[in-house]
Design a protein around this ligand. Sequence first.
Ligand code: MG
Length: 469
Amino acid sequence: MKRRELLTLFGGGAAAGLATATGREKAATVLATAPSPLQTAQTATRRGLPPLKITDVKVILTEIGGNHLTNVKVLTSEPGLYGIGCGTHAERPIIVAETIDKFLKPLAVGRNVDEIEQIWQTAWIAPYWRASVDANNAMSAIDGALWDIMGKRAGMPVYALMGGKVREGIRMFGNAGGRSLQDLEDNVRRLQQDGYQHVRINPVGGGGDGGAGGGRGAGGRGGRGAAQGGPGGLPVSQGGGGFGARGTDAAYITGLVSALDHLRKTVGWDIELCHDVHERPHPAGALTLAKAVEQYRPFFMEDLFAPEDAAWHQHVREQCSTAIAMGELFVNQNEWLPLVANRWIDFIRMHISAAGGLNLARKVAHCCEFFGVRTAWHGPANVSPVGHAVNLHLDLSLYNFGIGEGGNFPDEIKELFPGVPEIRKAVRYSNDLPGLGVDIDEKVAARYPLKTPGSNRGARDTEGAPRRP
Ligand code: MG
């Protein structure tokens, strides 16, 4: 009720002249207690959301297109309101599922849904020994679902909760391999026609890893020797245990230099080219490689060294300007922080669920901003679309976004995960729905149960010695 109406009702106007002493007292009392427009607005904005509790955590395991995907549905005390999170560890899905079911679910149920940081930190120290990739993935699943719930409650996409869009979409890289230099060149040109400005290449005949593009239009032309595409360009998970040629560092370096040399002479210098070394050469070979490709101005060289050999990055920095992306195997801050703080890398390439989820990754990204390090989150097909949505929402809200990885999803994935983000002309966009914008259809999920417990990558070389995948 407005002041003018109150005055009229209680005869406050001089013309009324009929107001009794009692009426004037009542009017004064109501006026004293009636909220002003400012108070009314403040009350509305400060009302917030009613407290909600976590009531259940359901693990949903699927094996689809050769990939083992682990997701959770976190249910709340508000009927029908739930969140989805990704904790996909393609090699050990059952261990992640057990960690969620036996340890994190009891920890989370009964807590307020908006205590994201509290729940994350509690889960981090709960097992005493920290930074296990299995536990990190389990935490990521719960964490992503809580961000999803917070967005749905607020009626806002998750990127809006993190400060809003810095950009309308995120530019993606494509993958190209080939059985010959001409084949490689043709595949790069096709990606250019699709709008790609960044292409991750493989040397002819394989070497490195480029098959993890995440789907049609980007992933199908990569792979080791371009031979590993699954349905819709999705690479199949790599089984292992077999013997295979690792090749010499010399042959690998020669192959990659030949590919880059050919592409610069034919396709030109306007396209950004990058390559995943996949920690294959010995450290001295990797250093030689970084120097050898410098003249071709790669956008980045990825995983030049294994995490165990990370100190070698300093030598790369001291000897050449080749840009470095690193991090898909990182699981704790002792791995990424020195590389960032010393400015030894240019792109942080962590696998967000393996590192602990969105809550952790946003802190890493903000730290990176102050050291000139851009994001290039790991985004293969064995990250679920929910995990890809986490990458997307984070990158939309970050100033220091670098490049995205992933392709458009095949129809069976779209059916299983309604709302998957789309790529148009090499740029991935959010559907702008509240939360992460991606759901999971449990009835469809029931059609894709685990057929195997996960993949083993225990590769061996031609002489039988273990080698890195
Ligand atoms: Mg990689």
